[in-house]
Design a protein around this ligand. Structure first.
Ligand SMILES: [Zn+2]
Length: 264
């Protein structure tokens, strides 16, 4: 058995909403059960949204060489790769894809790299998605929302059919701010407020398999308000200083943590 066959055996999926699939690797689980979908330890998951004409695969967050083939078999229509952002843990095996869609402000991360991130050699051709644009999958529209903070070019998608927000690492239970961007927490809190006006009820993010309620945005705002005062300051080599803070317990749904790089 070669390595790719073995990789294929570790992927599984769950249709969390009609035509919206979470794709996971059973070697990385939130609990001791490899296929658990409950809140727990961070994992890396991709999402497949299938329309009548095409599908999008959001992020390559499984370090698994068979993800492309698995997604194409599951979709049954052509699959377009979209990145919520260009961090290294969202672009595994990216050179398997003929083309990539992402926000233009993350192009530099892909092509030139940054701290903790090497440039992608032989990067596939890039296409850009900007705030307010739509992705039409055929009988299914996704709205693109640009919300910098995790990276400069982080985007979110709203699947209108199922009123689901695909939050990447921006609307998530584990927040990382300021590593590759310098946006003050007050600004992100303000942008999160505007997000609440949009039409969605459920959130899925990259590093959790569970769904989150819309009210999770309130929790994110609370974390962003409190960490500058209550967070613990740590010194990390190469990063100078990082401030960490969390609310709740990781195995409960009502949980959010942040690690924020101090630029002062
Ligand atoms: Zn990231």
């Amino acid at each position: 058995m070669n390595l790719e066959d073995e990789d294929m055996d570790h992927i599984f999926h769950c249709e969390v909403k009609p035509g919206l699939y979470i794709l996971c690797d059973d070697r990385q689980s939130p609990t001791d059960d490899p296929k658990s979908l409950v809140p727990g330890k961070p994992t890396g998951n991709s999402y497949l949204v299938v329309g009548s004409e095409k599908a999008i695969l959001l992020d390559l967050a499984l370090d698994n060489k068979s993800l492309k083939e698995y997604a194409e078999n599951l979709a049954g229509v052509p699959v377009q790769l979209v990145l919520s952002h260009a961090h290294v843990d969202h672009i595994y095996h990216i050179t398997q894809f003929p083309e990539v869609w992402l926000h233009p402000d993350d192009e530099k991360l892909l092509r030139h790299g940054a701290v903790f991130q090497r440039p992608v050699k032989n990067c596939p051709p890039l296409h850009f998605l900007r705030d307010g644009e739509i992705i039409d999958l055929g009988n299914r529209i996704l709205d693109v929302i640009h919300l910098p903070g995790h990276t400069d070019g982080s985007i979110l998608l709203i699947d209108r059919n199922t009123r689901t927000l695909l939050g990447g690492d921006t609307v998530a239970r584990h927040l990382l701010h300021g590593m590759h961007t310098k946006i003050p927490p007050e600004e992100i809190i303000r942008r999160m407020e505007a997000l609440k006006d949009l039409h969605f009820d459920t959130i899925y993010c990259t590093h959790d398999r569970c769904s989150l309620p819309k009210s999770h945005i309130d929790l994110i705002q609370e974390v962003l308000r409190r960490y500058p005062i209550e967070g613990k300051l740590q010194t990390i080599p190469l990063l100078t200083k990082i401030r960490t803070f969390s609310i709740g317990a990781q195995k409960e749904l009502h949980y959010c943590d942040v690690a924020a790089v101090e630029h002062k």
